[in-house]
Design a protein around this ligand. Structure first.
Ligand SMILES: O=C(O)COP(=O)(O)O
Ligand SMILES: [Mg+2]
Length: 238
């Protein structure tokens, strides 16, 4: 069996069938569930709102702590809700939504967020160009806010928290060392995770900004790549 005791897994673009869909890969879900039955924690680390990822984790049968809002907030049945972020970015979200309304639109999840807010890029616009313009404005106007882009949405994040801070908190609290931990993602927003785990895994179609900080770049895209990796853990091949 592998040394890996916990796998931190991103959702959109990683356990979905591609980076342009929300469809979960059900074959991967069954293999990840098998991993949990072998005693490996599967811990979702996502930019989605906490209710979304708690629901996902519960109904998919995963057993690790769940991180939402890009690392701002964690839920684990043994711990309850753990809030790692300082102050909400709601006022920035309201300002940016108005100022850039021709390029971005609101998302329903914002009603269920506490610290970090998300904006969807309107159809017909290049997400990276819109992200850069908003990041320039926000980071020169609000000193305690950072902007991220997952490929699915633009995220207004409280400074001081990110997916890596959440992963480190979880490893420390569960007394799991980095060389017993894997992190798997698709976007540059997952790069912070890789500072705290030994198995730094990017799916084949990941952002270059993520691949360059990983020590494992999977051959196949999104969930198909993760499927091969998860099977290797079960076989004890990693
Ligand atoms: O909510 C998003 O923008 C992307 O979610 P993810 O962090 O699970 O990829
Ligand atoms: Mg993702």
């Amino acid at each position: 069996m592998s040394r890996i005791r916990i796998m931190f897994i991103d959702v959109d673009g990683t356990i979905t069938e591609g980076r342009d869909t929300y469809l979960l890969d059900l074959e991967l879900v069954s293999v990840l569930r098998k991993l949990t039955s072998r005693g490996v924690y599967v811990s979702i680390v996502s930019s989605n709102a906490l209710p979304v990822v708690i629901g996902l984790s519960r109904y998919l049968g995963f057993n690790g702590p769940v991180t939402g809002e890009s690392g701002s907030i964690i839920y684990y049945d043994k711990w309850g809700i753990v809030e790692l972020a300082g102050s909400p970015t709601r006022h920035v979200y309201v300002d940016v939504l108005e100022r850039f309304k021709d390029y971005v639109e609101d998302t329903w999840q914002n009603r269920f967020r506490i610290y970090e807010y998300a904006l969807k890029v309107r159809k017909g616009f290049d997400g990276w160009i819109v992200y850069k313009r908003i990041a320039e404005y926000v980071e020169s106007t609000y000193k305690d806010v950072r902007v991220g882009y997952s490929g699915y949405a633009i995220h207004l994040m409280p400074k001081g928290v990110d997916k890596g801070v959440a992963v480190k908190y979880i490893l420390d609290r569960m007394s799991i060392s980095p060389d017993e931990a894997a992190g798997v993602g698709d976007s540059v927003m997952d790069a912070e995770i890789m500072k705290h785990v030994g198995y730094k895994v990017a799916v084949g179609n990941a952002d270059e900004g993520l691949k360059k900080v990983c020590n494992i770049v999977l051959d196949k895209p999104s969930s198909k790549g993760v499927l091969d990796f998860a099977r290797k853990i079960i076989e004890g091949a990693v």
